[in-house]
Design a binder for this molecule. Sequence first.
Ligand SMILES: O=C(COP(=O)(O)O)N(O)CCCCO
Ligand code: NA
Ligand SMILES: [Zn+2]
Length: 311
Amino acid sequence: MYVNTKDILEKASKEFYAVPAFNINNLEFLIAILEGAVEKNAPVIIETSEGAIKYAGNGDPIRGAKFFVNLVKGYADTLNIPVALHLDHGKNIEYIAAAIKAGYSSVMIDASHEPFEENLKITKEVVKWAHAAGVSVEAELGQLAGIEDNVSAEENVLVDPEQAKIFVEETGVDFLAPAIGTSHGAFKFKGEAKLDFERLEKVKKLTNIPLVLHGASSVPVKYVELAEKYGADLGGAKGVPAEEIKKCVKLGINKVNTDTDLRIAFLAGLRKNLTENVKEFDPRKYFKEGMQFVKDVVMDRLEFLGAAGKA
Ligand SMILES: O=C(COP(=O)(O)O)N(O)CCCCO
Ligand code: NA
Ligand SMILES: [Zn+2]
């Protein structure tokens, strides 16, 4: 069933587990994710960046947002697990408005690159607007490094826990993404992963709302190697080890944004399938293996985040 993101995350926050938010741009990833969640009897959040909405709507945000709402709602309403649709990294007011109007479960207003007071002001506006339409809101404090889609920043600016308390009280935001050292994309750390767990613990205590971990892909080496075996060049790809993410969940992370892992898994399956079936030209056949690998990554993540069995 198609639900509000807040319902999924409030439950997760109370019971200290996390629900993955998987990014999609097309039908194949959506099917693989939802079938993985059904198999694990788990809640799941589908999210689209503004770039995904632009892609699906061929440049028109209203068409793209409506397309995704109908696609996700249509499929989710036939399932017995809770599914929400979230606008990830909303920056452009046209896209945020289109998502709210089309019927997204929740929207992220990402004004974390703005000075604190500006981020607070913009977020307050969007919260008023979204809540009037029954839509929940995510915001970000501090900045992630890393490049992906139109989401980029030079270096990490970690969240200030005292500021987070004021921000949540003043804006009424439903869930918060505190920057604690992760970054977007496949090349996350120069050395070892270093997340600021003490800072995360303080933010949870001071805000007591569901928290979001961005840049949470683990970049599983088996799919990187498989993709490279069939011609990809992903040299140096490095993610957040699952054990580090599990520590974040214990400290109050409840939504775990995952995009890169699905991209790499699909790429590995697609390259393998195309190489091994040179006569095949039915996309329902040559996308199959990539979809299976995406489903496998989804099920593994639902397990280690503790969302399995929580539908
Ligand atoms: O935080 C994340 C997930 O990051 P990643 O999967 O790269 O670790 N996202 O918000 C997805 C990135 C959207 C732009 O493509
Ligand atoms: Na988000
Ligand atoms: Zn993100």
